[in-house]
Design a protein around this ligand. Structure first.
Ligand SMILES: Nc1ncnc2c1ncn2[C@@H]1O[C@H](COP(=O)(O)OP(=O)(O)O)[C@@H](O)[C@H]1O
Ligand SMILES: [Mg+2]
Length: 421
């Protein structure tokens, strides 16, 4: 067994390259100067004793929305502290809260913690209206200027009660500002016009990073995280990065892969971090293009496995029909053959079946998420087209990751495993 502490490592500060850690937050986001200036304008009234505006911040995941809003509100908070302004910032992470009700309970808890310190219980058992007036009472008790950040507020879907009521609440002697952040662009479109106009006094968009921006972001995160890796000129991080650890291709390849996938800075940092860990764990002193490629493959596989594990029943069954065709050696089966198999599967586990049309939708969903490959072929003159599906991944990967649901497990045991022996 290896011992800790006496290893040579390419890392000097792992936190800096770990996109999930709470311990490292970038202290500047040069790629977001425009967006941060817009936020500045939204918040500026607070520094002058007036009411900051409401804002709606939107853009895909990993674009620096959360960290950007934190950076600006922290800056405002320090200014307020230095200048004796009564300012409070409350950050509620709404991920996974599918009702306005849940958001309100967490908001109330966060507001109470502003007054009494951490450890407040999550309120329960109140009516929505009561909860709202408790929130207003709490805001009044805190007083001064309060900025409420509702991060990943798209979680509430169509239940927008809180977004409708809170901007209209007008608590006495409180200058209230609400900043809603969403990763889901459709959410903004789907909001009620009243909600959108009151919450979206300012609308600030974070567009996806391109490969050049990701290169600079990665260069800044790598400098300080890796041994002998430094930036000469902060205005040109990538251009002036000197590193004994990263080969010349490592960062450009990482940024290109991440830009092509989604332009998500978190994914880019995660990819470089994984590549560096691969190199470090092998005891190597350099991170090469190959480490980056291996890391990319590893993360993609992990994402597909998570995707399979969380498939709803009907989609899982659709996937199993294609898997069955693969293990029995049926080449490029047609939808109608897969559907017949699907009906057998439903019968076997006593599940209600869906129509062939909806079944085809499930197959297409699976193709969209890269689990299946779809090819469309003409049947010959005047006979229309047919779609054929095959697995993009190993049959074993499907079976191993689908086995959590007990009915699916039985199906695999009874109808698929025997075919594989
Ligand atoms: N311009 C940037 N420079 C350095 N790191 C960044 C930058 N933008 C985002 N990040 C990092 O990427 C990750 C995702 O950012 P985050 O603010 O959580 O994205 P979002 O809220 O848009 O999903 C975090 O680890 C953050 O520190
Ligand atoms: Mg976020």
């Amino acid at each position: 067994m290896r011992s800790f502490g006496d290893e040579d490592s390419i890392f000097v500060d792992l936190d800096r390259l770990n996109p999930n850690t709470q311990t490292y937050q970038p202290d500047s986001l040069p790629e977001r100067e425009g967006e941060l200036n817009q936020l500045h304008s939204t918040l500026k009234p607070a520094a002058m004793g007036s009411t900051p505006l409401n804002a709606f911040v939107f853009g895909p995941t990993g674009q620096g929305k959360t960290v950007g809003v934190k950076l600006k509100t922290n800056q405002l908070q320090s200014f307020a502290n230095d200048n004796g302004l009564d300012l409070h910032v409350v950050h509620v992470r709404c991920k996974g809260m599918d009702k306005s009700y849940h958001v309100m309970t967490h908001l109330l808890k966060a507001l109470r913690e502003k007054r009494y310190g951490p450890g407040e219980e999550l309120p329960s058992g109140y009516q929505k209206k009561t909860l709202l007036s408790m929130i207003i009472d709490e805001l009044e008790a805190i007083g001064g200027t309060v900025i409420v950040i509702l991060d990943e507020i798209d979680a509430i879907g169509t239940d927008d009660y809180i977004l409708y009521e809170l901007p209209r609440a007008e608590p006495d002697d409180v200058r209230l500002s609400i900043i809603g952040i969403t990763n889901d662009l459709q959410f903004r479109e789907s909001l009620d016009a009243d909600v959108r106009s009151s919450l979206g006094e300012d609308e600030i968009e974070f567009a996806p990073y391109d490969a050049n921006q990701l290169r600079d972001i990665l260069a800044r995160r790598a400098a300080g995280a890796l041994r002998d890796t430094d930036i000469d000129d902060e205005d040109e991080p990538w251009q002036t990065l000197e590193s004994d650890v990263l080969t010349d291709d490592a960062i450009p390849l990482t940024s290109a892969l991440a830009a092509q996938d989604s332009g998500d800075a978190r994914e880019a940092i995660k990819l470089l971090f994984r590549a560096c860990r691969f190199a470090d764990d092998e005891g190597e002193s350099e991170v090469t293009e190959q480490h980056v490629r291996n890391a990319h493959e590893y993360l993609e596989r992990a994402a597909v496995e998570r995707g399979i594990k969380s498939l709803p029943l009907q989609r899982a069954l659709a996937l199993l029909t294609v898997t069955h065709a693969t293990v029995t050696g049926t080449k490029l089966p047609e939808t109608k053959d897969l559907y017949s198999l699907y009906e057998v599967f439903c019968e076997h586990i006593d599940a209600k079946d869906i129509s062939e049309r909806r079944f085809r939708d499930k197959l297409n969903d699976l193709a969209d998420s890269g689990i299946l490959a779809k090819t469309t072929k003409g049947r010959g003159q005047g006979l229309g087209k047919t779609n054929r599906y095959e697995l993009e991944i190993k049959a074993e990967t499907v079976l191993d990751n689908l086995a959590d649901e007990s009915r699916i497990k039985d199906l695999i045991q009874d109808l698929l495993r025997p075919k594989m022996e």
